[in-house]
Write a protein that binds this ligand. Sequence first.
Ligand code: HEM
Length: 255
Amino acid sequence: MIVEYIRYRIDTGDAAEFEAAYGRAAVPLAAAPQCVDYELSRCVEEPEWYVLRITWTSAEDHMRGFRGGEDFKAFFAEIRPYVRQIEEMRHYERTAVRGEGSSVPGLYAWAGGAEAFERLTETFYAQVLKDELIGPLFAHMDPEHPRYVAIWLSEVFGGPSRYTDERGGYHHMLLQHLGKGITEPQRRRWVALLMDAADEVGLPDDPEFRAAFFGYIEWGTRLAFANSQPGAKPPMQAPVPRWGWGVAPPYTPAP
Ligand code: HEM
């Protein structure tokens, strides 16, 4: 990915028409498969300055793919009057220094932290052991298993990286599932019992949290199922996944 910055200096009297033109130009821009995202910002201290940021899949995709295609023609038709007001137009490589801030709490904090996941797995595995369909799979489980899965889940949902640091990370978890031959009914029962346990221990039940939580559990159990089949050849090394809110961040009612 590559980021293009275009800085404009626009007379304040032309600002409304400039923004409207970009509003129209954004339609073919958004339709271009080379465009990852875009944002036009206006300077607060000196309102004649604008910066347009466009993330492209690559500089080559931008210069050859987009510029050579139909979307560019429609895009350029809208912004042509402002080309002479461009003060800078360059591609920038992203560096490793980036990340998200804490304005939105992570799923780990939202769930209630380490204790919440420990309560969850304790209750869950107590039911698992009594279950006729999946209980036998866990008959010889390590008594610490619920705690290990709690620190795995905590790490996945944005808590400390304890499973990676203390328990061998993804590789170790993967080894526990290889060759287990989990069936689809067993996977479903695992999911159902975990969701029951989530209710029982009072994990947050707002739609946004449960959608994100369930999304990971669905994804993770499908991987565990696939990786447990005879002959499966999953990647042996990978980071522990990190799961976020996805398309529905926490709902905060208007004040
Ligand atoms: C999101 C889904 C899942 C997660 C996050 C998960 C997580 C884990 C982890 C972290 C371990 C290793 C614990 C350790 O460090 O020793 C493990 C082991 C194991 N998992 Fe899963 N698992 C998932 C799905 C499943 C499913 C669907 C099944 C079967 C129905 C299953 C059966 C097992 C078994 C039998 C073990 C070994 C337990 C033992 O003997 O100690 N897992 N799992």
